[in-house]
Design a protein around this ligand. Structure first.
Ligand SMILES: C[S@@+](CC[C@H](N)C(=O)[O-])C[C@H]1O[C@@H](n2cnc3c(N)ncnc32)[C@H](O)[C@@H]1O
Length: 289
């Protein structure tokens, strides 16, 4: 029979009481570092995602890890923690309608000014599916409308996860990855075989640059954008961080620029700087002028 009165050890160190304190300290550290908030029910996630790292560095508890990360001179541990804790779930042409709206409404609108070189930002771009889906949409628009947007389109993908960005920059994906959201026609047209993987074709790839950017920090070096995709990331943040991020996003949008958020991320309580437009299968926000 188990002895219920004996203190039980957990990955976070010590007894259950100690584990609560350690978990709290870890959550505070994670939110301050990258904005991600964890509820009480996410302990299993922390345990499973950090177990290998704790073992590798021989930290006896989460608290030891957090203290070492706080006092390190560089960012090594912080980067490892963020890479382990960020949820990078993504897919090609996710939710479909933002990419259709881009092709059907936004690009034609921007093309009315031939001198413009539209700038599109995929904030929190994960493994690159979103910015490359944007670039394929742009390519299809340009192919159907030769001569329009002669200066091309610039796409910037940013993320906090160096691991995700590394993968995005290779532009290479395995078959399983490519099965989520890509039609056979797009696969054949915009990917080339590269060893046992498929690689995004040169014209689609060259339009996209990737930068390491924490949404909690300044965006001022990015320039101003015509369209911003900031999808399926605000859900991880506190209301205060959501408001601050939306106000910084607004500041890097050109007048009347467009903003796409994730399907479960209504803007209403966090900013009044945008007009909501209902389109076929979702909503798009437009900066008020
Ligand atoms: C669920 S993915 C969404 C990817 C893509 N936007 C989509 O909708 O498919 C969330 C991404 O947000 C990134 N992320 C989390 N916190 C961040 C932060 N503070 N700054 C920048 N990116 C962050 C994660 O690394 C992850 O790649």
């Amino acid at each position: 029979m188990p002895n219920n009165s004996a203190p039980r050890l957990s990955i976070a160190g010590g007894t259950h009481q100690r584990r609560d304190d350690d978990y709290e300290e870890f959550c505070t550290f994670l939110e301050a570092t990258c904005g991600i908030t964890l509820g009480n029910n996410k302990r299993y996630l922390v345990d499973s995602r950090l177990r290998a790292m704790l073992d590798e560095y021989r930290f006896g508890s989460l608290r030891e890890l957090v203290r070492a990360a706080r006092s390190e001179t560089g960012n090594h541990l912080k980067v490892r923690i963020i890479n382990a804790m960020a949820t990078n779930e993504t897919s090609w042409f996710r939710d479909i309608y933002p990419f259709e709206y881009l092709q059907d409404v936004i690009l034609p609108d921007l093309a009315r000014n031939p001198a413009t070189v539209p700038k599109i930002w995929s904030a929190a771009c994960s493994y690159g599916h979103e910015p490359y889906s944007i670039s394929i949409s742009v390519q299809e628009y340009l192919d159907k409308n030769p001569g329009l947007l002669p200066g091309g389109v610039e796409i910037t993908g940013t993320d906090i996860s160096t691991r995700a960005l590394e993968q995005a920059r290779t532009a290479e994906y395995d078959e399983l990855n490519l099965s989520r959201g890509l039609s056979a026609e797009r696969l054949a047209r915009y990917f080339t075989v590269h060893g046992n993987r498929l690689r995004v074709s040169d014209p689609v790839r060259r339009r996209v640059r990737f930068l390491d950017l924490n949404l909690l920090k300044s965006y001022s070096l990015l320039g101003k954008f015509d369209v911003i995709f900031c999808r399926n990331v605000l859900i991880y943040f506190s209301n205060e961080n959501k408001s601050q991020i939306l106000s910084k996003i607004e500041a890097v949008m050109k007048p009347a620029a467009w903003l796409f958020l994730g399907a479960s991320e209504p803007i209403i309580n966090y900013s009044d700087a945008f007009e909501m437009i209902n389109c076929s299968r979702g909503v798009v926000y437009r900066k008020k002028t």
